[in-house]
Design a protein around this ligand. Structure first.
Ligand code: MN
Length: 363
């Protein structure tokens, strides 16, 4: 096991809530989080020092890790999921579940970049100069930084709850997981979403919010260990996706009919027979109905409610261990219909209900 936090993380990451590069926008909300996380701090420099000192203990703590990737570069319809990690944490503080996690902080997200391989080398050098004041070949794009950091955490079998960000962050979390976690070959994925995210590219780009899953699936021994739940906005029928990619799907209409218990039983049985012991959950908040969680990039009607999701989680938790999770696509400042205040925001409230289940199973 490693015991040293890589020094470049100090420049690629930020204290909790600071991963959106801004001076004043959102400062009031960020300061609320900082006052809770580092109550003793005396200004920005002191806060950074306290945070970095704390990060040195990363390998010695037992609590699960909380990690923010406030990037919506991979999104494309309504943006704003970059503010998810800050507002979700404030909601977690309110609900009393924040302190069960060790908050590693955020990726410092360059809002014009996605993956390092999409950045032209000369430009990458200039941006490296900004991040690191050096030519050391450290990553610069949000998903590449996240992949590297999460790869190290997963190699050390850390349990991580990642907050996005648009769903392209699922490419970072799950490619890091399947490339590095020693228990990856005994792990299946529950993917809650209104959409399949199974495009192989979108407008010519391989990885984005709608096209990240195929690029992770290649890393699984068995694509049948990927179960998509809540699908309802799809240009193609269930049979297309299942036969083309080998994934399993339970669409929202099936789940909402209540008639899914036999299907769940047979999936659980099959996975157990195949040696699956752990599950990773990637939860796109748009799996929930648009009435419950409207503050998201692509809200869809006729979605799931939180009771159904929690019922499904618990069925799997009875058989498998929750090894990691992410929650994505909460765009808290999207304000549809009548204005909910941030202190009583349906999307954030529902996000926290989902996270409370994860917190309960990870701690
Ligand atoms: Mn998604």
């Amino acid at each position: 096991m490693e015991t040293q936090t890589p020094t470049w993380w100090e420049k690629a990451l930020t204290p909790p809530g600071s991963g959106v590069f801004t001076v004043s926008t959102g400062a009031h909300r960020r300061q609320q989080l900082e006052a809770h996380a580092f109550p003793q701090h005396r200004g920005r420099d002191d806060l950074r020092r306290l945070w970095w000192d704390k990060v040195q203990n990363l390998y010695f703590i037992e609590r699960p890790i909380l990690f923010g990737i406030p990037s919506d570069t991979g999104g494309g319809i309504h943006r704003g999921a970059n503010w998810g990690p800050l507002e979700i944490r404030l909601q977690m503080i309110k609900d009393g579940i924040y302190d069960s996690f060790f908050d590693l902080g955020d990726v410092l997200c360059h809002p014009q970049l996605l993956l390092d391989e999409y950045v032209e080398p000369g430009l990458k050098e200039k941006i490296r100069e900004f991040f690191y004041q050096s030519k050391q070949p450290h990553p610069v794009a949000p998903l590449s930084i996240a992949q590297d950091v999460l790869g190290t955490l997963y190699k050390n079998k850390k349990r991580v709850l990642t907050l996005g960000g648009d769903h392209s962050v699922g490419y970072a979390t799950l490619s890091a997981f399947f490339n590095h976690h020693p228990l990856a070959n005994k792990t299946a994925v529950l993917h809650f979403d209104a959409h399949t995210d199974l495009l192989t590219s979108r407008m010519g780009l391989p990885v984005c919010f709608g096209s990240w899953v195929p690029h992770v699936l290649t890393k699984l021994n068995n694509p049948g260990h990927w179960l998509q739940l809540g699908i309802r906005a799809s240009g193609k029928p269930q049979s297309h996706w299942e036969s083309q990619f080998g994934v399993k799907q339970l669409w929202a209409n099936t789940l909402n009919s209540g008639n899914f218990h036999d299907s769940l039983n047979s999936i659980i049985q099959e996975w157990e027979n195949q040696g699956v012991e752990h599950i990773y959950i990637t939860f796109d908040i748009d799996a929930l109905d648009a009435e419950l969680a409207p503050a998201t990039g692509t809200p869809e009607p006729e979605g799931l409610n939180d009771e159904t999701c929690i019922q499904i989680f618990r069925r799997f938790f009875n058989h498998f261990n929750l090894i990691g999770a992410d929650l994505v696509e909460v765009a808290p400042y999207i304000n549809p219909r009548q204005a909910p205040t941030l202190d009583n925001n349906s999307t954030l409230n529902h996000a926290a209900l989902i996270l409370a289940e994860f917190q309960h199973r990870m701690t």
